[in-house]
Design a protein around this ligand. Structure first.
Ligand SMILES: [Zn+2]
Length: 172
């Protein structure tokens, strides 16, 4: 990102944030389109477009903010129900941008989810949520952990493959 006051996040390599560029939203590729800056909503999916109402130098920051809010919604939808099903109780859930990791879980019970979760198909995002919650029972990737994930989500192998297919394009 060029110029401007403050410290905007670095521009992501290969991204120009120009009209026509593709951004995934819940697994669907949407084309970035300029919106009317006076219209209120700053980011809005509409058909196969993602309408962004922000000056060019503020687009990435606006998209980051929006994807974080969308991922927080996904977390609010999924975490209470899955915590109950799995019999776990996360101490805190935090959504923030990260370049590589999709999620993590600390031994103190804090779950972190990447803001880019909202770019993935819903079932794949759900797999990541379930994966992290299962770490509250098994703080490793041993057989017990995978048995837990598999019994919660029987199709998890296909979801993992789907994640590998989408993650290269799921960049903000
Ligand atoms: Zn893990």
């Amino acid at each position: 990102m060029r110029g401007g006051a403050g410290q905007p996040p670095e521009q992501c390599q290969g991204r120009s944030y120009a009209d026509g560029e593709t951004f995934l939203y819940r697994g669907n590729p949407l084309k970035l389109e300029s919106g009317d800056e006076a219209s209120g909503a700053r980011v809005r999916p509409s058909g196969d477009c993602l309408i962004v109402s922000a000056p060019p130098e503020g687009r990435r920051k606006t998209l980051l903010w929006w994807y974080t809010a969308e991922t927080e919604k996904i977390a609010r939808d999924l975490i209470p129900a899955w915590s109950k099903k799995l019999g776990v109780r996360p101490r805190a859930v935090e959504v923030k941008y990260a370049k590589t990791r999709w999620g993590s879980c600390s031994s103190s019970g804090r779950v972190f989810l990447n803001s880019r979760l909202a770019m993935l198909p819903d079932r794949v995002a759900e797999y990541i949520v379930v994966h992290e919650l299962c770490h509250l029972k098994h703080m490793n990737h041993g057989p017990g952990f995978w048995a837990e994930v598999r019994s919660a989500l029987p199709g998890c192998e296909a979801l993992r493959r789907s994640l590998r297919r989408h993650e290269r394009d799921a960049v903000i």
